[in-house]
Design a protein around this ligand. Structure first.
Ligand SMILES: *Cc1c(COP(=O)(O)O)cnc(C)c1O
Length: 344
């Protein structure tokens, strides 16, 4: 099988992995430096990461028993698959969507049931019903806002999928890596007896891709199963401390998200002047398809101008598409100037 790769090349403007263009606030970095001086490095970290899980839970109005944290939300998803997937089990995905959902399924020997989203990349409930009824997946993945399309699923559609998943005795995982960019969340559907987990990450809205921390919120019985599967002491002391301290700066996070949303509007307006097709985004990136030049050629021409975007041209149903992350205004101006030069 092919591995999962996001090509990195040395460029001035990196808009290819949906990172935050700004670092977390300097107060956070100072607090972390101070806290690290007190770590008992000769001891294992708190295996249950109770402090961190309590702090995360508080942000969502739940207790630590409903929080599972790991090294990036990818590890969260992998643990979910190790627990509920595996040989003779099935995971459902609706393409186009985040490639890691099917990739991690295959790595854990979980069969993949591939459904299609509609032509506008919104959920097609008839298709969801068909896939769930015929394949009876153990795990169903949704992603909202969806990567790489930016499409936000309608709350009533997510509720309908959850009902279908519940009826077949499966688990629904809604990947909300970009959740803070959307105005609604599947967190509202959580319940003690509801087979729903919602995953989030520090990598995007929290501006901490370098930390490697993600988590899910779900029912206690499900979190207990995940804890049986994950490696002991998987979250190191630094990660636990940094993840806890970061949450005290949620105001800065909210402001950053609001700034990026505003900047996204400016970028989309500039791109609308060019010969590209675009999809409305509820995240910190925009999917677009150049109309007159092949996507891969545009990707190369941008790279030649030291601007790196994500080449999605070979992904399911995304012929010729590229994805650009919202950067700083300066970075976005460089991108628009380069794209204009390439397309005109
Ligand atoms: C970026 C991203 C993740 C994040 O992965 P981490 O391992 O937390 O960095 C998860 N899901 C989606 C849809 C993403 O785009």
């Amino acid at each position: 099988m092919a591995g999962y790769h996001s090509p990195q090349i040395e460029v001035d403007v990196r808009l290819n992995t949906n990172e935050s263009p700004e670092p977390p606030p300097p107060e956070f970095t100072a607090e972390l430096t101070t806290a690290l001086a007190d770590v008992a490095w000769h001891r294992y970290p708190d295996r249950s990461a109770l402090g961190l899980r309590t702090a995360i839970g508080r942000c969502h109005g739940v207790g630590p028993e409903q929080v599972f944290a790991a090294n990036g939300s990818n590890e969260v998803l992998q643990t979910l698959l190790l627990t509920y997937g595996g040989p003779a089990r099935t995971a459902a995905v609706f393409e186009p969507t985040y490639a890691l959902h099917s990739h991690l399924s295959r790595i854990t020997s979980t069969d993949v049931a591939e459904g299609r989203r509609g032509d506008d990349f919104a959920l097609d409930l008839g298709e969801v019903e068909r896939v769930l009824a015929s394949q009876r997946p153990d795990i169903t993945f949704l992603c909202s806002p969806n990567n790489p399309t930016g499409v936000v699923d309608r709350p009533r559609d997510v509720a309908t999928v959850l009902q279908l998943v519940t009826d077949i005795g499966g688990v629904l995982c809604v990947d909300e890596a970009y959740g803070q960019f959307a105005d609604h969340s599947a967190l509202d559907l959580l319940g003690a007896e509801v087979p729903l987990v919602v995953s989030r990450t520090y990598s995007k809205t929290w501006a901490m891709a370098g930390l490697r921390l993600g988590y899910l919120i779900g029912p206690q019985w499900l979190v207990e199963e995940l804890e049986k599967v994950v490696l002991p002491y998987h979250l190191d002391a630094t990660t636990q401390i940094a993840g806890t301290l970061a949450l005290a700066h949620s105001e800065a996070m909210d402001e950053r998200v609001a700034r990026l949303v505003q900047e996204r509007g400016r970028l989309v307006a500039a791109m609308a002047e060019l010969d590209v097709e675009m999809w409305p985004s509820g995240a910190n990136f925009v999917l677009f398809r150049p109309r007159s030049i092949a996507g891969t050629d545009v990707w190369q021409a941008l790279a030649d101008r030291s601007v790196l975007v994500r080449n999605c041209a070979s992904w399911p149903r995304l012929d010729g598409c590229l994805r650009v992350t919202i950067g700083t205004p300066t970075e976005d101006d460089r991108f628009v100037a380069a794209l204009t030069e390439v397309l005109t």
